[in-house]
Design a protein around this ligand. Structure first.
Ligand code: CO
Ligand code: ZN
Length: 332
């Protein structure tokens, strides 16, 4: 699974620009799919070969997109002004490298500022090494989108890299498809688009699938770093079963089913209450007349930076939890 996570996390895929990630995933799941389709928003919808057509319809979702930067203006000297795609903190940008779909790299510079309080997106610019606007425009245009450029490392079973949010969830779903021998349920694995800018892919795919139950996989924050806001989630303590975040309450039946399944199979787990942020299951819950939906979260430090850290054991235990769940009865 580490190989898959390395491949997926280094891939280019800011919100609305998920093609490269989707192509990687299409190849990775091809042998385990009885049917795949891509909808108008770019979601990759995979109906699992191991599932049973007459069973309850289960939707599993992980988002392909990552946060990024979009070029808003190119000045006379060829410097690129930009705005955020998703939740980008300007504090994380200074001195970073960005990568465009074409492979073009740029560095991030800053205007002189008096104090750190002035460090805002509008003081920053991307430098692609152009001498003027005309030259810059041979490489990049207004509206082009960049992701951060960062390679993947593993130290002591823990990752350092970009886009663990949410390629970690994608890797878990690929691995689950690979290992699932059979299931009494009809399983739709959805690799969603545009989560970071408003859960948009989950919204349309849930409408189309109309699942009986849904589970999203995504990262969550932790309380285990120096002076962190107290939070009962730590790296390596098992999948975090979401109870609440700032956008949703997990369906109690789904949450309890996840907890019962983890306990019955001796899988370590944590209970998650996240103070800020939400994920795809918020959109899925409120699809059509409502869908019972919950979330399995992966503890992650430094979310939305280029050094997101997760513990690979948490991924393995999440796969175990999903495999157990998908092979048992869905009793909400
Ligand atoms: Co995110
Ligand atoms: Zn996410």
């Amino acid at each position: 699974m580490q190989e898959i996570l390395k491949q997926l996390s280094e891939q280019y895929g800011p919100s609305g620009n998920e093609e490269a990630v989707r192509q990687d995933l299409q190849a990775l799941v091809a042998d385990y799919a009885q049917e795949t389709r891509v909808d108008a928003l770019g979601n990759l919808i995979v109906r699992a070969k191991a599932g049973s057509a007459g069973g309850q319809r289960i939707m599993l979702a992980a988002h392909m997109d990552e946060i990024g930067l979009i070029v808003s203006y190119i000045d006379k000297k060829g410097f690129l002004r930009f705005t955020a795609v998703g939740g980008v903190n300007p504090l994380t940008l200074l001195g970073q490298r960005v990568r465009f779909a074409s492979g073009l790299l740029g560095g991030i510079g800053i205007e002189p500022i008096e104090s750190k309080n002035e460090l805002a997106m509008n003081k920053l610019f991307i430098d692609v090494g152009a001498k003027d606007r005309a030259e810059a425009e041979t490489m990049v245009r207004v509206g082009d989108v960049a992701c951060m450029d960062r390679s993947f490392y593993l130290n002591n079973g823990r990752t350092i890299g970009k886009a663990m949010d949410d390629r970690a969830g994608c890797a878990i779903l690929v691995e689950t498809l690979r290992q699932l021998p059979s299931s009494p349920h009809d399983i739709y694995v959805v690799f969603t688009t545009q989560e970071e800018i408003g859960l948009r892919g989950a919204t349309t795919s849930a409408y189309a699938i109309e699942p009986d139950m849904a589970i999203a996989l995504d990262v969550t924050c932790t309380g285990d770093t120096p002076e962190a806001q107290p939070m009962a989630v730590s790296l390596g303590e098992g999948p975090a079963i979401k109870v609440k975040d700032s956008g949703m309450l997990a369906h109690p039946g789904v949450k309890d089913l996840l907890i019962r399944t983890a306990e019955a199979h001796d899988i370590p787990y944590q209970r998650e209450v996240l103070l800020g942020g939400t994920t795809d299951s918020r959109a899925i819950q409120t699809s059509r007349a409502g869908v019972p939906a919950g979330t399995i979260s992966i503890a992650a430090r430094y979310v939305h930076t280029t050094s997101e850290m997760i513990d690979v054991e948490d991924l393995h235990n999440s796969v175990r939890l999903l495999l157990a769940l998908l092979q048992g009865p869905i009793d909400l």
